[in-house]
Design a protein around this ligand. Structure first.
Ligand SMILES: [Zn+2]
Length: 308
């Protein structure tokens, strides 16, 4: 059971954001495998919102279903997202306050990327979901790259612009690259927020140079529910998707990316991948045994009794 924190619930209830009233659409086909055999695994998210999550019985992808429409997510990121996260944590989290931890994050990611970027002759970086631009700015300074940030949140893009970065205010799913290409593409703490991962990875595959690099990191869904002892606490409306090592690697290989190195972050929650473009493996999916093991583990976490 999810333990209810009444002060947190009151803070969230006091927000003007009304999740139940948001327009939503049902997910008819799994974004990873195209299947339609789903298992409803939760009925509420960590905020207490009625936001059910499903697992695909064929590939193990976990996702919100129904999910807010792109327009509703666009509005959510334009003023509701950071106040909601602030209410959840009980402290102010906004475009300015996140910059310190973003810089620590950027330094760690630069170290991870350095063996693949230094000396490679790269000149351009596209940071998808780049928020306030702190990460893109640090990487551009460290590696001498011209950085471009795409993000749907206008207040965050303003911060990126102030750092002198090229900015595009949009959801990446709406981005038209018009033949433009990049050496390094980053999805820094972003893939779980996407509305269509398959489409986004295909867009990236088309706009990355053949010898370029893709960085992506996930909130490992298994780590998130194991650490909380709660599947509901690992689900939140800000993340349409909940990835595992198996589903992220399947996504990458199907889109034509080979992970060169993975990194279990020091927080024991995130996993980073640096990848290079290769032939697509459009048939590749997580094994049935892996999917069964995931569902069994979810049932175990939902029912194991903990001392209180
Ligand atoms: Zn599937």
């Amino acid at each position: 059971m999810t333990s209810v924190n009444p002060e947190r619930a009151a803070r969230i209830a006091a927000l003007p954001f009304d999740f139940a009233a948001q327009p939503k659409a049902p997910v008819r086909a799994c974004n990873l495998c195209g299947g339609d055999r789903f298992v409803v695994i939760t009925h509420r998210d960590r905020y207490g919102y009625p936001a059910p999550a499903c697992a695909c019985a064929d590939c193990g992808l976990v996702f919100l279903n129904p999910v807010m429409t792109p327009e509703a997510y666009g509005q959510f990121y334009n003023g509701s997202y950071r106040p909601l996260v602030s209410a959840y944590h009980g402290r102010l989290i906004d475009a300015k306050s996140i910059q310190g931890e973003q810089l620590d994050y950027a330094r760690e990611r630069a170290e991870f990327l350095a063996p693949y970027v230094e000396g490679a002759g790269f000149t351009s970086l596209l940071d998808i979901g780049g928020s306030t631009g702190v990460v893109a700015h640090h990487l551009s300074q460290t590696f001498g790259l011209n950085a471009t940030v795409i993000d749907p949140a206008p207040l965050e893009v303003d911060e990126a612009k102030a750092l002198g970065l090229e900015t595009i205010t949009a959801l990446v799913e709406e981005y038209e690259p018009d033949g433009r290409r990049f050496d390094v593409v980053g999805l820094f703490q972003t893939v779980d927020h996407l509305l269509d991962i398959e489409r986004t990875l295909n867009v990236i595959r088309a706009l990355i140079y053949p010898l370029g690099l893709l960085f992506v990191d996930i909130v490992d869904f298994r780590a998130a529910y194991l650490r909380n002892g709660s599947v509901e606490e690992a689900v939140k409306i800000d993340h349409p998707y909940y990835l595992t090592e198996d589903t992220m690697i399947a996504y990458l290989r199907r889109a034509g990316f080979e992970p060169l190195r993975a990194d279990y972050a020091a927080d024991h929650l995130h996993i980073s991948y640096v990848c290079r473009p290769v032939q697509t493996r459009s048939d590749l999916l997580p094994s049935r045994d892996g999917v069964r093991a995931l569902l069994n583990e979810i049932r175990y976490v939902q029912n194991v009794r903990r001392s209180v």
